[in-house]
Write a protein of this length. Sequence first.
Length: 343
Amino acid sequence: MDRRVLITGGTGSFGQTMVARLLNAGAAEVRVLSRDEAKQEAMRTRLRDDRVRFYVGDVRDIDAVSKAARGVEYVFHAAALKQVPSCEFFPLEAVRTNVLGSANVVDACERNDVSALVFLSTDKAVYPVNAMGMTKGLMEKVAQAHVRNNPKAHTRVCAVRYGNVMCSRGSVIPLFIEQIKNSVPLTVTEPTMTRFLMSLADSVQLVEHAFEHGQPGDVFIRKADACTIGDLATALCNLFEAPVKFDILGLRHGEKMYETLASHEELARAQDFGDFLRVPIDSRDLNYALYFDQGDPSHDHRADYTSDNTTRLGVPEIMSLLMTLPEVRQHLDVPMISSAGRG
């Protein structure tokens, strides 16, 4: 893969994993755009690879994004405000980064004739109840509106949507491990709450699948198993041979009891690729007669794809899955196995 690639938010969990993967695949140059110069310096020191170039900047600044995108062929847009509670208290900041910043990335890609752009979205964008999910949903709409309004655009824009990535920034797993090591009760908001479980390898494969197979306006979804937060906490306690003790906090600002990866409306037109779902863009135009006079007479009764109705993992299965994660094995001082990761 002799390509030049830009990753916005490239010092995050996904970005660092993707940078390493691209370098191993033979990328000619990988550019990292982010605001955090300290993380960039740590990444530069760790990688020591001249093919990685770092750009300090914010996606809110169109000029900064345009300079970073000059001469690249592919862009992964991972920069975002992702913390649900902080977005609840500062929703306009979430809008500026997740919505307006994403629009800047699209514009910068078009200015520089980038071949393909993939947006990273989240299950919280479906039926959103919090500011983070709402702005991520609008981010998806920004991508699709660009496709509808620019049918001859040079840049192929699509999106991927996935659930919680285990051990990523914001994941509860590192917090639980720290609490176990400090011999304090695990802070659980609601034990019966369900969440999808994905590894970083799963999320990277989803993005690669979108780059290879995506058409303008597509949303690709990675299928995933789920578990309750209570069972996840119990599985970690069992792995570390710690007593199972919870401190029940109650739902945080903007939290849902379960997440939705795809709505039933999306599933009605989705294509199934085994591990992935492809949801093509609704390509109807602003001829509103199509909506009121020529609507789709077939009504699909299938359910949404949620963390409550997907495959539910029990404690032993969660323990086995956690043991595939390098971060967990490192804390347990267990050597990594060659078949690490799922899929």
